[in-house]
Design a protein around this ligand. Structure first.
Ligand code: ADP
Ligand code: MG
Length: 714
């Protein structure tokens, strides 16, 4: 036996044993009694409430009925069968009809029939607790829990019963919700004396949090609704607090130990560039540049995430930031995820730099050997101040004389190792400042967690004068009208994107695929009156480039594409974005696609083509797209609908931890509070070495909270 009951192997809990323990481990990742206690119900039902049968509807969650058994039937392979002796093996299904004052209900068992048949008696009253379902148009209840009427379900008097998440395998091996409650009760009785509160008393008082014993008891067996609420709050706070402590602890320690290059001035190039801008910076751009300035002169390494919607002017900020580095005698690199984007950046940046005396260079995978040699030389001797490029920049043979700043665009396309490599490109022993830019709006709570100790700046304002993109949804019946509209736009000299979700037709789902779509478009827009380009992931780079160039130079009127055009591609003359099977795309992706238009001076349109039968969720997504252009709003909604783990742009990095009770989508306020609280605690005790904080220090050493440090990987 372990010295701490929390470490007791789950198999030693009453009624578990090695076989079920194996299931707990494989299905729920629960190995010990302590882990079991941290497995919380995902909802609660009021067991004091009895619902009349006539009041049940199939959309209800768990309900409880009190009813008398009026009929019991057994079905074999061929239909109703008589039970003779021990013929239970042949029984496939048991049907029980029960009644209360209001009506009749069918109850069905496919498993555990022998046991149930021994338990249920005609004419007796029972309490059935289960989930109503609809089978071939009539209401029934499959595998409810059954208790004789009048007996208390589990010997406890709580009225709220927790419902635990479960899996098919668990259910099939007889681990019911009732089993879970019994286990929890046993685990609580055994472990509570060994559980110490990790949150210091002072903090409990200050935050009005209930103690851990109370919280654990009431999360599993709520005394009443208010006790449950307090317990949930406490456990959510604890989880988010520990998470933030663990994230921020690294930051506090690092900022104490690690130096950054001091860049005290802005420099001439910055001032010249700033002074000759054809527009005023937006308030948000100015604020972000101030934040960056503070970082760069602070003596600490900058680790900043810059978020801003497509078109919010991040490139401008990147250029000015790079010029600060140059003005202080350092080199800056700007890295983009694709060749197309790198080239586009290079063109734009060159424009901004005119007159500053700083000339940028470009390095990508397709740079010729001779150009490459020149660039390598210039980076090594320091004559190149600003370099723009792709992954080619992090190859081992690229040597910088004094890299002071790395700007990474569209960060989620870069792997962790790649970012780390850039880190090591430093020659002076002090790491370069790092600015990560992303146009994928990430909800604040997610950014705080995903990017842990990166500071976050947000450009939440678009440059003035930008015309909104009019967004509309349409179904197949409107296709001819759509084509007419497209022709009108082309006649006005505009260009059009048509985007498809899939390349190959999927048999199961009847989605338009790109090739079919292309043929359809070519037919409706015949050559030579119309010119169509096509871009997709299966093409060679040459084909891709040829088609892209045709479109961006205005030679093609329509670009038919898969979502490869999502990133980058600046074609200001394109004023219409048609998205086919739009219900197939997530909100963030739709938003990114829409951001491809509305960049020029013309009024722009986004048309979402959808099927007729949409799920409730798809309808909601499409409606949101039509209602707002705010990327952050859409990202928040996306997270609410799909959960943070499914958000685009986060799959690659993954969530750093799995939360057990808190939700990044719903508990933003608690997260804020927990983060502030973590900051206060760490400011006073960065190593968490005081006696008061020893419980916290112990907790965050646990696996769950040992978050990977996303900003500094080596
Ligand atoms: P992002 O990189 O955030 O998508 P860009 O930096 O490419 O955005 O800017 C989009 C367009 O807006 C560019 O043509 C840029 O010149 C212009 N722009 C940037 N900042 C401003 C501003 N403050 N006022 C007007 N136009 C701006
Ligand atoms: Mg950009």
């Amino acid at each position: 036996m372990p010295s701490n009951t929390l470490d007791t192997d789950i198999q030693f809990l009453p009624g578990v044993g090695p076989k079920r323990a194996a299931l707990f481990k494989s299905e729920l990742n629960i190995h010990t009694a302590g882990e079991l206690l941290r497995f919380y119900p995902h909802r609660y039902v009021d067991r004091s409430r009895i619902v009349p049968i006539a009041g049940i509807s199939p959309d209800m969650a768990y309900v409880q009925v009190r009813a008398e058994v009026v009929e019991i039937e057994f079905f074999g392979k061929t239909g109703v069968m008589e039970l003779e002796g021990t013929a239970f093996n042949a029984v496939k299904r048991m049907r029980v009809i029960v009644k209360d004052d209001s009506g009749l209900l069918e109850i069905v068992f496919f498993k555990g029939i022998k046991w149930m048949a021994g338990k249920l008696k005609k004419g007796q009253e029972y309490v059935f607790f289960g989930k109503p379902s609809l089978f071939k148009g009539h209401l029934n209840m499959v595998h409810p829990e059954v208790d004789p009427a009048g007996a208390q379900a589990s010997g406890r008097t709580e009225s709220m019963t927790g419902i635990y998440p479960s899996t098919e395998k668990l259910k099939n091996s007889g681990i019911t919700n009732k089993t879970m409650t019994k286990l929890m009760s046993a685990a609580l009785d055994m472990c509570l004396p060994d559980i110490e509160d990790c949150i210091p008393k002072r903090l409990l008082m200050e935050k009005g949090l209930v103690p851990i014993h109370f919280a654990l008891r009431n999360i599993h067996f709520p005394k009443d609704a208010s006790a449950l609420e307090k317990s949930q709050y406490r456990l959510k706070f604890e989880e988010l607090f520990l998470l933030q402590l663990s994230l921020l602890k690294q930051k506090y320690i690092r900022s104490r130990n690690e130096h950054g290059i001091v860049m005290p001035k802005v420099g001439d190039a910055f001032n010249i560039c700033y002074g000759s801008l054809p527009f005023d910076l937006t308030g948000a751009q100015k604020r972000v540049i101030r934040e960056i300035r503070e970082d760069m002169k602070s003596g600490r390494q900058m680790n900043r995430l810059l978020q801003g919607d497509v078109g919010s002017g991040k490139t401008m900020v990147a250029v000015l930031t790079a010029l600060i580095a140059v003005g202080n005698g350092f080199q800056a690199c700007i890295m983009a995820p694709t060749e197309v984007l790198a080239q586009q950046h290079f063109r734009n940046i060159s424009k901004y730099l005119q007159g500053t005396g700083v000339t940028p260079a470009l390095l990508t995978g397709s740079s010729k050997a001779a150009e490459r040699r020149v660039v390598h030389q210039g980076l090594e001797d320091g004559s190149i101040g600003i370099i723009v490029g792709t992954h080619a920049l992090i190859e081992d043979n690229v040597v910088f004389r004094n890299l002071g700043l790395s700007i990474i665009d569209e960060q989620h396309r870069f792997g962790v190792e790649q970012r780390a490599k850039l880190w090591r490109k430093t020659s002076c022993g002090v790491p370069p400042h790092v600015l990560v830019m992303t146009a994928t709006p990430i909800p604040r709570t997610l950014a705080m967690t995903l990017y842990g100790d990166l500071d976050v700046s947000v450009i939440d304002e678009l440059p003035p004068g930008r015309k909104p993109v009019q967004t509309m949804a349409a179904t197949e019946g409107k296709r001819l009208a759509l084509y007419r509209f497209m022709k009108d736009q082309i006649a006005l000299g505009r260009q059009i994107f048509v985007v498809y979700p899939l390349i190959f037709e999927s048999e199961k789902m009847d989605y338009k695929n790109l090739e079919m779509g292309y043929e359809q478009i070519v037919k409706a827009f015949p050559f030579p009156d119309y010119r169509i380009a096509i871009v997709h992931g299966q093409q060679t780079n040459e084909d891709k480039k040829f088609n892209m160039d045709a479109f961006s130079s205005g030679k093609a009127d329509i670009l038919v594409a898969t979502s490869v055009i999502e990133v980058g591609v600046d074609v200001p003359n394109a004023s219409v974005m048609v998205i086919e099977s739009a219900e197939r795309f997530g909100l963030s992706q739709l938003h990114q696609l829409r951001g491809r238009v509305g960049r020029g001076s013309e009024k722009s349109y986004c048309i979402l083509m959808t099927g007729h039968k949409l799920s409730k969720e798809s309808k909601h997504r499409i409606a949101l797209m039509c209602a707002t252009e705010n990327g952050f709003e859409l990202a928040e909604e996306d997270m609410k609908m799909r959960g943070p783990g499914d958000l685009e742009g986060t799959q690659q990095s993954g969530l750093p931890i799995e939360l057990g009770i808190a939700s990044l989508a719903k508990d933003g306020l608690i997260l804020n509070d927990a983060r502030q609280c973590a900051q206060t605690v760490l400011a006073a005790d960065p190593e968490l070495s005081s006696a008061e904080n020893s419980g916290l220090a112990k907790e965050i050493r646990k696996n769950k909270y040992s978050v990977r440090d996303y900003s500094k990987i080596s």
